[in-house]
Design a protein. Structure first.
Length: 118
C-alpha cells in the first residue's frame, strides 16, 4: 500500500473498520486467486475525479498497462465495487468473471479479466 501512496494504517480503522477491511480483503483475495491464476497484471486502483469522468482520462490511464500486458501476452485482472464501472471496463476488453457480495456487510464486488491480446 505504501508503494502506491496509501499511507493509512489498517489500525486507524478501529476494530469494526479493521474487521470489515480484513473481511473485504479476504473475499477479494479468494476471488482473485480463483480467476487470475498464473502471471497476470492486477489493476488494483484506478480513479478519476467525478467532475473529470467521461473525458477519456480513465482509458488513458489504463493504456500503458494494457499495452505492456499485451506485449508480454499476460492477462489483466481487476475488481470494482461500482456496477457502473463494469461497462467501462468491458469497453477495454475485460469480461465479467465473478459478481458477488462480501460476507458480513453486503459490499458488492465485480471481478473482471482481460485475456492477453496485443
Amino acid at each position: 500500500m505504501l508503494r502506491i501512496g496509501i499511507h493509512v494504517s489498517p489500525l486507524q480503522f478501529e476494530w469494526t473498520g479493521l474487521d470489515r477491511f480484513l473481511t473485504v480483503a479476504a473475499y477479494t483475495d479468494a476471488v482473485h486467486k480463483r480467476f487470475a491464476q498464473g502471471q497476470h497484471w492486477y489493476l488494483w486502483a484506478l480513479g478519476v475525479n467525478p467532475p473529470c469522468q467521461g473525458q477519456g482520462i480513465g482509458g488513458m490511464l489504463m493504456q500503458p498497462v494494457l499495452a505492456q500486458a499485451g506485449a508480454a501476452l499476460l492477462p489483466c485482472y481487476l475488481e470494482t465495487e461500482n456496477e457502473r464501472n463494469v461497462p467501462f471496463y468491458q469497453k477495454y476488453g475485460f469480461q465479467l468473471v465473478s459478481e458477488g457480495e462480501v460476507p458480513k456487510g453486503g459490499l458488492r464486488v465485480w471481478a473482471m479479466l482481460r485475456e492477453p491480446h496485443r
